[in-house]
Design a protein around this ligand. Structure first.
Ligand SMILES: Cc1cc2nc3c(=O)[nH]c(=O)nc-3n(C[C@H](O)[C@H](O)[C@H](O)COP(=O)(O)O)c2cc1C
Length: 348
């Protein structure tokens, strides 16, 4: 169960970008680790899942097995890389290839101090020619789509000029899709958290990029809270990416397959989810892990339902106790009154 991914990887190019709209869960450091992605995958079969950003140097010099391995059930899954050295990024792509990711994404949008000091993330918006060289180098060695996640601009940049310039260059370098967080990042003065909240969202700017490049996959991200909002964006762009809303209220993923991938309607089977997460947790514990590594991602699942508080409490306290096992997940689910709400209410 915890073997590295493989088997079902997509190798024929843009598969997940050529079958209609794409719904994705954003890359989030410390949040979208492999356990989180496995959990999300039990709720939506189709959503495109992103890893946390992994720095190219860490893959080249660090514990690559721990950084890159994932469960085959997670497909489709995209690896997000951080870096600004084309040769190192290409090397990271080569090393990651056998793990079977379905896409490689370059982070041009994350403004944390740590990221700035390494000259990657959002500050790369200032050097679009470097981003293009990175994409070109990654494309040259990748059998799967290479995509970019960016902001509309940083600092005093004029997004009307900076964003089309970046897009033009990365497309010329071979980028297969562009995901745009529809707000600027301020590289100085705002914390990463503030940079996800304070700069105003400009969805229209992203829509205009799609009008300008009708044949290019353009996805939108930032401040999207519900599937209704996501659906409305799809009237203008090809993909929607949800970060915090998907993580903090993962139940909204239960309707993704039906709404965006034309899957037959089905009631979410919460008992099955519980059993799968328990089995997954047991396998993780057998490999030397702790149930807490998994339970921490599940805490927000039943927000709003009777019993949700107790559920949360069990997962965030009992799961941290020495020797805690999968029974903690069973106890937490037992605290929730599912009869009180069908799946639609959970995702409302
Ligand atoms: C805890 C956290 C960690 C994040 N880490 C990354 C990251 O590794 N790479 C990245 O491109 N964006 C990262 N982001 C930004 C998200 O991918 C996304 O662009 C942002 O949260 C806006 O989307 P939302 O409003 O749907 O949350 C992170 C966001 C959060 C909340």
């Amino acid at each position: 169960m915890t073997a590295q991914g493989g088997g079902t990887s997509v190798t024929e190019g843009k598969a997940h970008y050529s079958n209609g709209p794409v719904f994705s869960v954003a890359p989030m450091i410390d949040w979208t680790d492999r356990h989180c992605r496995y959990f999300h995958r039990q709720i939506s079969r189709n959503a495109l899942l992103y890893t946390e950003m992994v720095v190219a140097d860490a893959i080249i010099y660090g514990p690559r097995e721990r950084l890159l391995s994932f469960d085959a059930a997670e497909h489709p899954v995209a690896l997000q890389l951080g870096g600004s050295d084309p040769a190192k990024l290409a090397e990271a792509v080569r090393i990651a290839a056998p793990y079977g990711y379905d896409e490689i994404n370059l982070n041009v949008g994350c403004p944390s101090d740590r990221v700035q000091s390494g000259t990657f993330g959002a500050c790369l918006m200032l050097t679009p020619e470097v981003v293009a060289e990175c994409v070109r180098a990654m494309k040259a060695v990748s059998a799967v789509p290479v995509t970019v996640k960016c902001r509309i601009g940083v600092d005093e940049q004029d997004p009307e000029a900076a964003l089309p310039d970046l897009i033009t260059r990365v497309l010329d370098a071979g980028a297969d899709a562009i995901w745009i967080h529809a707000r600027k990042a301020w590289l100085k003065g705002l914390s990463p958290k503030e940079n996800r909240e304070i700069p105003p969202l400009d969805y229209e700017m992203v829509y205009r990029m799609k009008q300008r490049w009708p044949d290019v996959f353009i996805g939108i991200n930032g401040g999207i809270h519900t599937l209704e909002e996501a659906q409305a964006h799809l009237g203008h762009v090809d993909g929607v990416m949800l970060g915090r809303a998907a993580y903090q209220n993962a139940a909204i993923l239960a309707e993704v397959d039906q709404r965006f991938y034309l899957a037959p309607a089905r009631e979410m089977d919460w008992d099955q989810l519980r059993d799968r997460m328990m089995a997954y947790a047991q396998a993780h514990i057998d490999n030397g892990g702790r149930v807490q590594h998994i339970a921490r991602h599940m805490v927000g699942l039943f927000t709003g339902l009777p019993g949700a508080r107790r559920y949360r409490q069990i997962l965030s306290t009992d799961a941290t106790k020495p020797g805690a096992g999968p029974e903690v997940i069973a106890a937490a689910f037992a605290a929730v009154d599912f009869s009180a709400a069908p799946a639609e209410a959970l995702s409302a």
